[in-house]
Design a protein around this ligand. Sequence first.
Ligand SMILES: [Zn+2]
Ligand SMILES: [Zn+2]
Length: 222
Amino acid sequence: MKLLAPNLFQISDLLPNAINMFLIEDSAGDVLIDAGTRWARRKLLRLLAGRRLSLIALTHVHPDHQGAAAALCEQFACPLACHAADRPAMEGREPMQPRTPFIRFSSRCFAGPPHAVSRELREGDEVGGFRVIESPGHTPGHLIFFRESDRVAIVGDVLNNMNVLTTITGLHQPPAIFTWNPDENRRSIRKLVALRPELVCFGHGPLLRDPEKLARFANGLA
Ligand SMILES: [Zn+2]
Ligand SMILES: [Zn+2]
């Protein structure tokens, strides 16, 4: 686990920075943002052993973010939170979005079992000192978590800081084949830039402490 900012740790799986999860230490109980693939279950159980987990919150419901959520919720007897629009996919009532063969295939390989969502997050809610920012597009219910005091943003897959096929570092929009509505996602990228984050924590790729670079990238989008 790597300390990124006060009370904020990064956990990576597969390769360094390839699949990122974030632990927020909070006096009311720790909060885990995202839960990797189902293959991350044992690693997460080992890393989080002895902690008091009060919530698992998902940026969005995709196989590489919800994988170990059910197992961790059971182990730590803690609730699971996501946006209402991604809830049916988390609970197994609908397929994940977008409904493409790519998502179906990666669900079979990487997704964890469905689990009940007991808290629906919406714009302005607070989780472990971070504000919930609705950022639909990659999935209908995608969320960013933003901490005003030091301008840290946990951004899921609104943007990748790595080519998810080659793992080479660099800012990219998430691949269209894994994205529900790319236009809507570009609006969410602009919403992220408007927050002027000093530290951006991605679902995939190393963190970024360069607001100018982020703004230049967003300005270059169609
Ligand atoms: Zn995703
Ligand atoms: Zn992802």
